[in-house]
Design a binder for this molecule. Structure first.
Ligand SMILES: [Zn+2]
Length: 161
């Protein structure tokens, strides 16, 4: 039997605004500012969705869950991620591993990474060991450094027998 292996990549940005809840990696981060978006604006969950869809050549998150559609207004992005995993499994794909980086000037992301991994592993039904989450600032440069926004990148490997 031939093993089919594919990789995917995701990139996303959200504006940060004062007074909003800050959802990141499936959990709520305590902070003065939160990400702005049609959904809960969880940038890490969005890049994982995009990377998974890209790996399967199934377009992107906006294609499946339009930001013009009122049913997705304020939606928990973990619901979208669960649906993406379901879409892939219908095509016979399983997740090999995920590697990701969050770009954020503040607050510090590192203390929250274990909780994010636990949460996302549960949502996707994969071992925590298959999810890597890294964090970096941009040394005060650009929109991330100026605390105007948060960005994230993810790569994934998927396979089917
Ligand atoms: Zn997004």
């Amino acid at each position: 039997m031939k093993l089919k292996i594919r990789t995917g990549f995701g990139y996303d940005v959200h504006q940060l605004q004062e007074g909003l809840d800050f959802w990141l990696g499936g959990i709520k981060i305590p902070h003065t500012h939160g990400a702005l978006g049609h959904s809960d604006a969880d940038v890490l969950v969005h890049v994982i969705c995009d990377a998974l869809l890209g790996a399967a050549n199934m377009r992107d998150i906006g294609f499946h869950f339009s930001d013009k559609d009122p049913q997705y207004k304020g939606i928990d992005s973990k619901i979208l991620l669960k649906e993406v995993v379901h879409l892939l499994s219908r095509e016979g794909y399983e997740i090999g591993n995920i590697d990701s980086t969050i770009c954020l000037q503040e607050p510090k992301v590192n203390p929250h990474i274990p909780a994010m991994k636990t949460c996302l592993a549960q949502v996707m039904g994969i071992p925590e060991n298959d999810i890597s989450i890294k964090a970096t600032t941009t040394e005060h440069l650009g929109f991330v450094g100026k605390k105007e926004g948060v960005a994230a990148f993810a790569t994934v490997l998927i396979y089917k027998q």
